[in-house]
Design a protein around this ligand. Structure first.
Ligand code: FES
Ligand SMILES: [Fe+2]
Length: 331
């Protein structure tokens, strides 16, 4: 039930597919526990309907497309992209029946929809997602067993890499003093980690050169961007929009962007994927354990959970006023 979700998540816009995934067949999709179907309609746009025929409840995604309309596999009722019933085979009239149609946006290469009766404004996305001056790619990933907010927090969490990704993202020992500047407000939240010396883990050595700053940014309600900047002014951004299929099933839409430089885009793409495969598997294992162990009771907040409260506040539709803080941590 959508009402079980934090308010801004239940009512928010979420990606449900990459545009090329919606092809000549109806695509079954899931959002917030609801079954939906996406297809290309008669105008070539993308339509999203509730995946339930209003006649006898059969999933429309099991049907087929005809001239941009969706044909139910049971008795052949045919629905247009706006959900209108346009044909009842064998009858000369068509009752004024509609399948529930949801609003659709195509943005940044993704198909977005919203279950709210009154959709909120479309969320701000990281500008890197549409910056033609950068090398960019989306990495399609399967859903994994993880809670939405747990996965979002994991992406922006500075405290786990020493334990979960030793030597890949952070050296497990030899922490270094790091100044952290945190800002938050109605627009989201950002933590800027100013490294005093080089981070000796593989990510820094291979992908960035000497790191100058790492930035974790929440683009509410469900996008987290990690941005690494090196001393020569180059940057790597990993922005992930997390889509809640169900309470413990989340699909990450991962976007990589980096400054154009000496390395060709295809090489960076291959290297970034190769590097992130083990990192992703390590995070998925931890998030799966977290989902399996979920029970009543909340979580404790620690001094390194710098963006956790902002993630929760935005998810519940209660962003904080403008706030700023600066402190030191050992990372
Ligand atoms: S159930 Fe869909 S047409 Fe009868
Ligand atoms: Fe991680």
């Amino acid at each position: 039930m959508v009402s079980d979700w934090p308010r801004a998540i239940a009512q928010g816009w979420h990606p449900v597919a990459y545009r090329p995934e919606v092809r000549a067949r109806p695509l079954p999709i899931q959002l917030l526990g609801e079954n939906l179907v996406a297809f290309r309609d008669a105008d070539g746009g993308i339509a999203v309907l509730q995946d339930r025929c209003p006649h006898r409840g059969v999933p429309l995604s099991q049907g087929r497309l005809r001239d941009g309309t969706l044909v139910c596999p049971y008795h052949g009722w045919r629905f247009a992209g706006d959900g209108r019933l346009v044909e009842v085979p064998g009858a000369r009239t068509c009752p004024p029946v509609k399948a529930r149609a949801l609003p659709v946006r195509e943005d940044a290469g993704l198909v977005w929809t919203c279950l709210a009766a009154d959709p909120p404004p479309f969320p701000d996305l990281p500008p890197v997602m549409s910056d033609p001056a950068l090398d960019r790619f989306w990495w399609p990933l399967a859903p994994s067993r993880a809670g939405l907010l747990d996965a979002l927090e994991n992406h922006l969490d500075p405290a786990h890499p020493h334990f979960v990704h030793p030597w890949l993202v952070r050296p497990p020992t030899a922490r270094r003093t790091t100044r952290v500047e945190v800002r938050s407000g109605p627009w989201g939240a950002e933590a800027r980690y100013i490294e005093q010396r080089a981070n000796r883990a593989l990510l820094s050595a291979v992908m960035e050169g000497e790191r100058k700053a790492g930035i974790g940014r929440l683009w509410p309600p469900t996008c987290g961007e990690v941005r690494l900047e090196n001393a020569r002014g180059a940057m790597l951004s990993i922005a992930v929009v997390f889509s809640p299929l169900d309470h413990d099933l989340t699909r990450p839409y991962a976007h990589f962007a980096s400054t154009r430089g000496l390395l060709p885009a295809w090489f960076k793409r291959a290297a970034l994927k190769l590097f992130h495969l083990p990192v992703l598997a390590q995070d998925r294992r931890m998030l799966g354990w977290q989902a399996d162990a979920r029970g009543p009771g909340g979580f404790a907040f620690g001094p390194l959970d710098v963006l956790a409260r902002s993630i929760l506040r935005h998810a519940h539709g209660e962003p904080s006023p403008e706030e700023e803080a600066s402190f030191e941590l050992d990372l």
